[in-house]
Design a binder for this molecule. Structure first.
Ligand SMILES: [Zn+2]
Length: 231
């Protein structure tokens, strides 16, 4: 891990580069967008995207597709739960559930919302899993989520954007764990301010869960879920 001095130096360097005057002539790579890139406009580091599209990518995993709404995902989650209930005695699913339980059980301890800010993304992803575990959820819940999002992604797109899928899996996990560990101060419940669900941590979290869920050949299950939802 970087020392505090190294981190301060790299923060300064990022700040300096982000605030350097723009060159004024590089355009955002998103088709139809006429904005200057962040570097071009002197408002950030990206040499590929404008500020708006870079922010969109960070939060949703796509420059143009917003995250799925609950309304979009709920039918897939219900169908995935039914599929898992009907198949959880099969050997392949049992092995998968063990892997997902292990992922939760090896995620370590929860740290406070304040401390988590200073952790590297990989550890932040573990803390998100630990918070999910502390709500009493198990590998079975992770399997529902991974299966539901895989089916939704194949049906709704965006196509060929694995990063979007990873972020969507992570969003559902994150949302399920929100509200855990309220902080009390002088008898008043304060909402702990966990870091916003965005950035690198979300990619790592979603990818890990998806990889463990794919220990068995998921295709048959995904097709069954899609069929239930689309009829
Ligand atoms: Zn743009």
């Amino acid at each position: 891990m970087k020392s505090p001095e190294d981190r301060a130096a790299s923060r300064d360097s990022i700040k300096r580069r982000a605030e350097a005057p723009g060159d004024g002539n590089t355009r955002c790579a998103v088709s139809g967008c006429t904005n200057l890139t962040q570097r071009g406009a002197g408002n950030g580091l990206s040499q590929t995207y404008c500020k708006r599209h870079k922010e969109m990518l960070r939060r949703h995993g796509s420059t143009w597709r917003r995250s799925y709404s609950r309304h979009e995902v709920d039918p897939y989650r219900a169908a995935s739960k039914n599929w898992t209930d009907a198949n959880k005695d099969s050997h392949a699913v049992k092995v998968t559930l063990q892997c997902l339980d292990t992922l939760l059980n090896t995620a370590g301890e929860i740290v406070t919302a304040h401390e988590v800010r200073w952790l590297p993304p990989k550890r932040k992803a573990q803390v998100a899993l630990a918070r999910f575990r502390e709500t009493g959820r198990t590998g079975e819940d992770l399997l529902h989520i991974a299966l539901a999002l895989e089916a939704a992604y194949r049906e709704l797109g965006p196509r060929a954007n694995r990063e979007f899928l990873h972020v969507q899996i992570a969003k559902v996990i994150h949302r399920a764990a929100s509200g855990t560990h309220p902080v009390t101060s002088g008898g008043v419940n304060l909402k702990p301010s966990w870091p916003r669900p965005e950035g690198r941590m979300m990619r790592i979290l979603g990818q890990q869960v998806r990889e463990e869920a794919r220990v068995f050949d998921m295709d048959g299950a995904v097709e069954a879920v899609m069929k239930v939802v689309t009829g």
